[in-house]
Design a protein around this ligand. Sequence first.
Ligand code: UGA
Length: 452
Amino acid sequence: MRRITVLGVGYVGLVTGACFADLGNQVICLDVIPEKIEKLKRGELPIYEPGLEEMVQRNAAAGRLAFTTSYAEAIPNAEFIFVAVGTPSGVDGEADLKYIRSAVENIAAHLTNYTIIVNRSTVPVGTGDSTAQTLIERGKKQGIDFQVVSNPEFTREGSAIYDFLNPDRVVLGSVDPKAAEAVADLYRVFTKNLMITDLRTAEMIKYASNAFLAMKISFINEIASICEKLGADVQQVAAGMGQDQRIGAAFLNAGLGFGGSCFPKDVKALTYMAEVNGLHPQLLRAVMDINRDQRRRVIVHLRQSLGTLRGKTVGLLGLAFKPNTDDIREAAAIDLAHMLSTEGAHLRAYDPVAMENAHRILDGVTFCSDAYQVAAGADAVILVTEWNEFKQLDMPRLFNSMRRKVFLDGRNVYDPLEMQAHGFEYRGVGRPLNAPNGELVRAPEREAMPVA
Ligand code: UGA
């Protein structure tokens, strides 16, 4: 049993706190927003994450997980302080470190015994060093009062608990291998694949990993656009590519581009770090450009089908940036809603869990109670988030309730030929119905291909 403090009760902090408490550790989670802590004390979550509410309630009831807004309560006596506060984008794409700075000042003010400060927030390379520097300036002795360890997280929203408990690897960086080993001991029950390196390298591994995954998505989206022009099917292209072990099948789903609180923010922050150091990170810039284009292409396609969008009714299926979360940060649906409103379209929308969040930031949208209500009277429907409940819709019912029959499948959930057979003017991403020569593109017969 270790005494662990977690600063920040967002996705990262809350999952870290709950999972460590579940192992029997004594965990206290701190946040500076009193409403969030009040909610948690009542057993309610400030965010939606499958399985987390039950885990939080169970561990709180067992006395292993507590919540506070008081640094004086959370910092003294902690053996480990996990810093999991937000690092939003600043005006130039740089990571804004105001919450980190405030956390470090408060740690300095309340530190009593030797404590390992574990940075789990995604922070610019060099932040671990400056954390140590601040503590030294506040009279604390590195190695005696504190040590700093970088421990980037690789969990996905929507499957955060699973990812935390089943990590591909755990990365730890520190100037002091013993401190890194002490943190490693917390994780050994989950994996033997623990990598110990220096602080800056650990911080960089996080950015490089997220940038690479974002690059894979932008790569396949660019290939999808080329597929559309040349009459190839990007899903089969991705399947064919993905079987090469050097490439891998994951993150090759073409769609409306990536969103969320991580990829856009981290690619921009890495770009900024490269630029202020005199570099020209062209690949990273292209990753973001392609992602923006992916949203704009929807508007172009809609205009091709409907002419002007002024006065047209467009339905959005899904508002969250991906399924199984209520997070709408940088979500494709939010970008699309803004662009469509600017074009003068009327919007109807539905999401199984993200409606409340969307309501706060979207004006003039009619929020509906299900997919069929979204489609009622619509000229076009866009499938934006691939929630399970959108995967087997009653297509004749949807078709009959729409005014015009345009269906843009932003996540390639449906079969193009089946949708065409239902009567829809259907469009997926990178899956043309017709080859450039006008021939119908058909999925191949599932027979073994003759070996040349
Ligand atoms: C991402 C990383 O996957 C995690 O490893 C990392 O820990 C996390 O960021 C973070 O830095 O905190 P997350 O943003 O929760 O996790 O979501 P992902 O599942 O990675 O999806 C990100 C976006 O990419 C979504 O909008 C999704 O729709 C899109 N995506 C993903 C695609 O468009 N195509 C794909 O093939 C995969």
